[in-house]
Design a binder for this molecule. Structure first.
Ligand SMILES: [Fe+2]
Ligand SMILES: [Fe+2]
Length: 268
Protein backbone atom coordinates (compact mmCIF):
# COMPACT_ATOMS: atom_id res chain seq x y z
CA UNK A 1 0.00 0.00 0.00
CA UNK A 2 0.98 3.61 -0.48
CA UNK A 3 0.13 6.12 2.24
CA UNK A 4 0.28 9.91 2.04
CA UNK A 5 0.62 11.54 5.45
CA UNK A 6 0.28 15.32 5.69
CA UNK A 7 1.64 17.42 8.54
CA UNK A 8 -0.53 19.82 10.54
CA UNK A 9 -3.12 21.43 8.24
CA UNK A 10 -3.39 25.08 9.29
CA UNK A 11 -6.56 27.10 8.79
CA UNK A 12 -8.28 28.01 5.54
CA UNK A 13 -4.97 28.13 3.66
CA UNK A 14 -4.13 24.56 4.64
CA UNK A 15 -7.58 23.29 3.71
CA UNK A 16 -7.31 24.98 0.30
CA UNK A 17 -3.97 23.18 -0.25
CA UNK A 18 -5.76 19.88 0.44
CA UNK A 19 -8.35 20.67 -2.23
CA UNK A 20 -5.69 21.80 -4.69
CA UNK A 21 -3.25 18.90 -4.36
CA UNK A 22 -4.69 15.79 -2.71
CA UNK A 23 -7.03 14.58 -5.50
CA UNK A 24 -4.18 14.77 -8.05
CA UNK A 25 -1.71 13.08 -5.66
CA UNK A 26 -4.15 10.21 -5.09
CA UNK A 27 -4.13 9.57 -8.84
CA UNK A 28 -0.52 10.32 -9.74
CA UNK A 29 1.00 8.54 -6.71
CA UNK A 30 -1.49 5.65 -6.75
CA UNK A 31 -2.28 6.24 -3.07
CA UNK A 32 -4.16 3.68 -0.99
CA UNK A 33 -4.77 5.92 2.03
CA UNK A 34 -4.42 9.62 2.88
CA UNK A 35 -3.96 10.69 6.50
CA UNK A 36 -3.65 14.32 7.65
CA UNK A 37 -3.11 15.94 11.02
CA UNK A 38 -6.00 18.38 11.52
CA UNK A 39 -5.36 19.88 14.96
CA UNK A 40 -5.03 23.42 13.51
CA UNK A 41 -7.58 23.11 10.71
CA UNK A 42 -10.07 25.82 11.68
CA UNK A 43 -8.63 29.31 12.27
CA UNK A 44 -5.42 27.57 13.33
CA UNK A 45 -6.97 26.18 16.50
CA UNK A 46 -8.84 22.89 16.58
CA UNK A 47 -11.24 21.36 14.11
CA UNK A 48 -15.01 21.09 13.70
CA UNK A 49 -17.36 19.10 11.50
CA UNK A 50 -17.39 21.67 8.69
CA UNK A 51 -13.60 21.91 8.64
CA UNK A 52 -13.26 18.12 8.64
CA UNK A 53 -15.61 17.94 5.66
CA UNK A 54 -13.02 19.80 3.54
CA UNK A 55 -10.50 17.04 4.38
CA UNK A 56 -12.88 14.23 3.42
CA UNK A 57 -13.97 15.96 0.19
CA UNK A 58 -10.31 16.28 -0.84
CA UNK A 59 -9.84 12.53 -0.31
CA UNK A 60 -8.41 12.34 3.22
CA UNK A 61 -9.40 9.02 4.85
CA UNK A 62 -8.46 9.82 8.44
CA UNK A 63 -7.64 12.93 10.49
CA UNK A 64 -5.16 12.70 13.36
CA UNK A 65 -4.61 15.47 15.90
CA UNK A 66 -2.72 16.65 18.97
CA UNK A 67 -2.77 19.19 21.78
CA UNK A 68 -5.07 21.62 19.91
CA UNK A 69 -7.82 19.04 19.42
CA UNK A 70 -10.01 20.46 22.21
CA UNK A 71 -9.91 24.11 21.03
CA UNK A 72 -13.37 23.86 19.42
CA UNK A 73 -15.86 22.60 21.97
CA UNK A 74 -18.09 21.08 19.23
CA UNK A 75 -15.37 18.50 18.59
CA UNK A 76 -16.79 16.21 21.31
CA UNK A 77 -20.07 15.86 19.35
CA UNK A 78 -18.15 15.19 16.16
CA UNK A 79 -16.11 12.46 17.86
CA UNK A 80 -19.37 10.82 18.93
CA UNK A 81 -20.60 10.42 15.37
CA UNK A 82 -17.53 10.10 13.13
CA UNK A 83 -14.61 7.71 13.67
CA UNK A 84 -12.57 9.41 10.91
CA UNK A 85 -11.10 11.84 13.47
CA UNK A 86 -8.80 10.55 16.21
CA UNK A 87 -6.92 12.18 19.11
CA UNK A 88 -3.80 11.11 21.02
CA UNK A 89 -4.40 7.71 22.63
CA UNK A 90 -2.48 8.55 25.79
CA UNK A 91 -5.00 10.95 27.36
CA UNK A 92 -5.66 9.64 30.89
CA UNK A 93 -8.25 6.90 31.07
CA UNK A 94 -11.00 8.07 33.41
CA UNK A 95 -14.20 6.05 34.03
CA UNK A 96 -16.00 9.01 35.59
CA UNK A 97 -15.21 11.51 32.85
CA UNK A 98 -14.30 9.55 29.70
CA UNK A 99 -12.17 11.47 27.20
CA UNK A 100 -14.16 11.93 23.96
CA UNK A 101 -12.90 10.17 20.86
CA UNK A 102 -10.52 7.30 20.18
CA UNK A 103 -6.74 7.20 19.91
CA UNK A 104 -6.60 4.88 16.91
CA UNK A 105 -8.55 3.71 13.87
CA UNK A 106 -8.29 0.80 11.45
CA UNK A 107 -8.61 1.69 7.75
CA UNK A 108 -9.53 -0.90 5.12
CA UNK A 109 -9.55 -0.62 1.33
CA UNK A 110 -9.58 -3.73 -0.85
CA UNK A 111 -7.03 -6.10 0.65
CA UNK A 112 -5.16 -3.32 2.43
CA UNK A 113 -5.65 -2.91 6.17
CA UNK A 114 -3.89 -0.19 8.16
CA UNK A 115 -4.07 0.61 11.87
CA UNK A 116 -3.38 4.29 12.56
CA UNK A 117 -2.27 5.24 16.05
CA UNK A 118 -2.06 8.80 17.40
CA UNK A 119 0.19 9.55 20.39
CA UNK A 120 1.43 12.73 22.05
CA UNK A 121 4.83 13.39 23.60
CA UNK A 122 5.37 14.78 27.10
CA UNK A 123 8.53 16.90 26.72
CA UNK A 124 7.52 20.62 26.86
CA UNK A 125 3.90 19.47 26.53
CA UNK A 126 1.02 18.42 28.78
CA UNK A 127 1.87 15.49 31.04
CA UNK A 128 -0.40 12.83 29.54
CA UNK A 129 0.01 9.10 30.22
CA UNK A 130 3.27 7.61 28.96
CA UNK A 131 3.13 7.46 25.13
CA UNK A 132 5.73 4.67 25.11
CA UNK A 133 3.67 2.41 27.40
CA UNK A 134 0.30 3.22 25.79
CA UNK A 135 1.80 2.89 22.31
CA UNK A 136 3.43 -0.44 23.18
CA UNK A 137 0.14 -1.85 24.53
CA UNK A 138 -1.82 -0.85 21.44
CA UNK A 139 0.84 -2.04 18.99
CA UNK A 140 0.96 -5.41 20.82
CA UNK A 141 -2.83 -5.58 20.49
CA UNK A 142 -2.82 -4.80 16.74
CA UNK A 143 -0.14 -7.44 16.11
CA UNK A 144 -2.08 -10.01 18.18
CA UNK A 145 -5.05 -9.32 15.89
CA UNK A 146 -2.72 -9.94 12.94
CA UNK A 147 -2.83 -6.31 11.78
CA UNK A 148 0.70 -5.97 10.40
CA UNK A 149 0.51 -2.50 8.85
CA UNK A 150 0.62 0.10 11.62
CA UNK A 151 1.14 3.85 11.12
CA UNK A 152 1.93 6.14 14.07
CA UNK A 153 1.47 9.93 14.23
CA UNK A 154 3.68 10.91 17.20
CA UNK A 155 2.69 14.49 18.02
CA UNK A 156 5.55 15.99 19.99
CA UNK A 157 7.86 18.96 20.47
CA UNK A 158 11.17 17.18 21.17
CA UNK A 159 13.01 15.41 18.37
CA UNK A 160 14.69 13.22 21.04
CA UNK A 161 11.32 11.88 22.22
CA UNK A 162 10.19 11.18 18.65
CA UNK A 163 13.45 9.40 17.76
CA UNK A 164 13.44 7.37 20.98
CA UNK A 165 9.88 6.22 20.36
CA UNK A 166 10.66 5.30 16.75
CA UNK A 167 13.64 3.18 17.83
CA UNK A 168 11.52 1.62 20.61
CA UNK A 169 8.92 0.34 18.13
CA UNK A 170 11.22 -0.16 15.12
CA UNK A 171 10.41 -3.35 13.26
CA UNK A 172 7.00 -3.67 14.92
CA UNK A 173 5.25 -0.81 13.07
CA UNK A 174 5.33 0.34 9.45
CA UNK A 175 5.88 4.05 10.12
CA UNK A 176 6.44 6.63 12.83
CA UNK A 177 5.85 10.17 11.60
CA UNK A 178 6.26 13.20 13.83
CA UNK A 179 3.94 16.22 13.87
CA UNK A 180 3.43 19.42 15.94
CA UNK A 181 6.47 21.56 15.11
CA UNK A 182 5.09 22.62 11.68
CA UNK A 183 8.59 22.36 10.20
CA UNK A 184 9.49 19.44 7.93
CA UNK A 185 12.73 17.72 8.86
CA UNK A 186 15.10 16.18 6.30
CA UNK A 187 15.87 12.99 8.25
CA UNK A 188 13.46 10.56 6.60
CA UNK A 189 14.88 7.03 6.71
CA UNK A 190 14.12 3.38 7.29
CA UNK A 191 14.91 2.03 10.77
CA UNK A 192 15.54 -1.66 11.19
CA UNK A 193 15.26 -4.15 14.05
CA UNK A 194 17.49 -7.24 14.58
CA UNK A 195 15.34 -9.36 12.27
CA UNK A 196 15.60 -6.83 9.45
CA UNK A 197 12.01 -5.57 9.73
CA UNK A 198 11.80 -1.97 8.59
CA UNK A 199 10.01 1.11 9.94
CA UNK A 200 9.76 4.38 8.04
CA UNK A 201 10.60 7.42 10.14
CA UNK A 202 10.69 11.21 9.94
CA UNK A 203 10.95 13.56 12.91
CA UNK A 204 8.36 15.96 11.51
CA UNK A 205 6.17 15.82 8.42
CA UNK A 206 5.92 19.63 8.32
CA UNK A 207 2.95 21.96 7.85
CA UNK A 208 0.22 22.15 5.24
CA UNK A 209 -0.68 25.83 5.38
CA UNK A 210 0.64 29.37 4.93
CA UNK A 211 4.44 29.54 4.83
CA UNK A 212 4.78 33.35 4.89
CA UNK A 213 4.18 33.10 8.63
CA UNK A 214 5.55 31.91 11.95
CA UNK A 215 4.38 28.28 12.02
CA UNK A 216 1.13 29.39 10.35
CA UNK A 217 0.53 32.57 12.36
CA UNK A 218 0.67 36.14 10.99
CA UNK A 219 4.34 37.13 11.37
CA UNK A 220 3.77 40.56 12.99
CA UNK A 221 1.64 39.04 15.78
CA UNK A 222 4.28 36.47 16.55
CA UNK A 223 7.11 39.04 16.53
CA UNK A 224 5.10 41.31 18.87
CA UNK A 225 4.51 38.39 21.21
CA UNK A 226 8.23 37.73 21.48
CA UNK A 227 9.21 41.41 21.72
CA UNK A 228 6.68 42.32 24.39
CA UNK A 229 6.19 38.96 26.12
CA UNK A 230 2.46 39.67 26.10
CA UNK A 231 -0.17 37.25 24.72
CA UNK A 232 -1.33 38.03 21.19
CA UNK A 233 -4.51 36.76 19.61
CA UNK A 234 -3.71 33.96 17.13
CA UNK A 235 -4.35 35.05 13.55
CA UNK A 236 -3.66 32.55 10.77
CA UNK A 237 -1.64 33.81 7.79
CA UNK A 238 -2.75 33.18 4.19
CA UNK A 239 0.23 33.58 1.84
CA UNK A 240 2.74 31.12 0.32
CA UNK A 241 0.39 28.20 0.74
CA UNK A 242 2.19 24.86 0.85
CA UNK A 243 1.48 21.19 1.37
CA UNK A 244 4.14 19.20 3.23
CA UNK A 245 4.13 15.53 4.12
CA UNK A 246 5.51 12.11 3.28
CA UNK A 247 4.58 9.17 1.09
CA UNK A 248 5.29 5.81 2.72
CA UNK A 249 5.19 2.56 0.79
CA UNK A 250 4.36 -0.48 2.93
CA UNK A 251 4.37 -4.21 2.19
CA UNK A 252 0.77 -5.31 2.80
CA UNK A 253 1.75 -8.82 3.84
CA UNK A 254 4.58 -8.15 6.29
CA UNK A 255 3.87 -4.55 7.35
CA UNK A 256 7.48 -3.67 6.49
CA UNK A 257 8.17 -0.17 5.21
CA UNK A 258 9.62 -0.21 1.68
CA UNK A 259 10.28 3.51 1.25
CA UNK A 260 9.59 6.97 2.64
CA UNK A 261 9.74 10.13 0.55
CA UNK A 262 9.09 13.76 1.45
CA UNK A 263 6.48 15.75 -0.46
CA UNK A 264 6.55 19.56 -0.74
CA UNK A 265 4.20 21.52 -2.99
CA UNK A 266 3.37 25.21 -3.16
CA UNK A 267 0.33 26.99 -4.57
CA UNK A 268 1.65 30.53 -4.92
FE1 LIG B 1 0.01 21.88 15.03
FE1 LIG C 1 0.38 20.52 18.28
Amino acid sequence: MRVLFLGDVVAHAGRSALRAFVPDLIRSENLTFVIANGENAVNGKGIDEKGAQDFFEAGVDLITSGNHIWDKKEVADFFAKDRRLIRPANYPHCEEFPTPGEGFAVLEKGKSKLAVLNLMGRVHMDALDCPFAVGNDLITRFLAEDIRCIFVDFHAEASSEKQAFAHYVAGRVSAVVGTHTHVQTADERLLQDDTGAKTAYITDAGMTGPYDSVIGMVKEKSIKRFLTKTPQRYEPADKQIGLHGVIVEIDDETGDAISIRRVQKFLN
